[in-house]
Design a protein around this ligand. Sequence first.
Ligand code: CP
Length: 294
Amino acid sequence: ERSLLGIKELDRSEITGLLDRTAYWDNQSEKLTPILNSHFISNMFFENSTRTRFSFEMAEKRLGAQVLNFTAAASSVEKGESIYDTVRTLESMGIDAGVVRLKPAGVLQQLAEKVSIPLINAGDGNNEHPTQALLDLYTMTKTFGDLKGLTVSIIGDIMHSRVARSNLWGLTKLGAKVQFCAPENMKAPELMEYAPYVTIEEALKADVVMMLRVQLERHASGIILSAEDYRRQYGLTEERAAKLAKDTIIMHPAPVNRNVEIDDAVVECSQSRIFPQMSNGVPVRMAVLERALQ
Ligand code: CP
């Protein structure tokens, strides 16, 4: 039984092993393969989600697991119960694994040290979102095959992005080159030693252009740029998208702020992989659950 807390802790072969199993599940024509039918899995979301929560539930049900959905807003967390007491409560009832999303970074690691069931990180603060990075890596391999030598630009709110961090660790381990592009107040100083910051013009020359959502809810001190200025300076506008190399792919973890970081007309253009990323989230999570419980 194995937790998945971050991509940083995985080595290259563990990542490629998970991507191989993702391809296996992606190529299964049968929707239901009940290898986890004696396992109870709880999805514990202390922060909102659409894609991650439902693709985990889809993956769990495709593997035949018994699913318990926990939503903080409808629980005793509202009465002041702690995250630890909540997870211990579900563990004491007999769940076999927990899928956990948390707002504060670093708490998941502490939780995993205190409980005996595997925990899967479904997004912790601005630290890591490993299953998102795995589905992003898988999406890139479907277009490019081997990722060695690929250039990936991650553009936007790097400071608050667990997606940027998990992708940085995963892409680097697979031999890709990562570069960031961000306004001054959205840069992450601690990541500067791992990836350079480039201009938007330079960023758009990459093989993969990954746009990030401006995380309005995490900017305590307010946004310096207006939405219109952000779009003009850092957005993937229709005009910028038209100038991309024809083999460049466009990605975004979503949810998307349409017409802020990416124009409405670009979201579903032929170079966009935004909805395929969401499809790939299901087999990735099947691979991660299989690793956790088999
Ligand atoms: N990409 C992602 O994590 O989306 P949700 O917040 O909807 O899960």
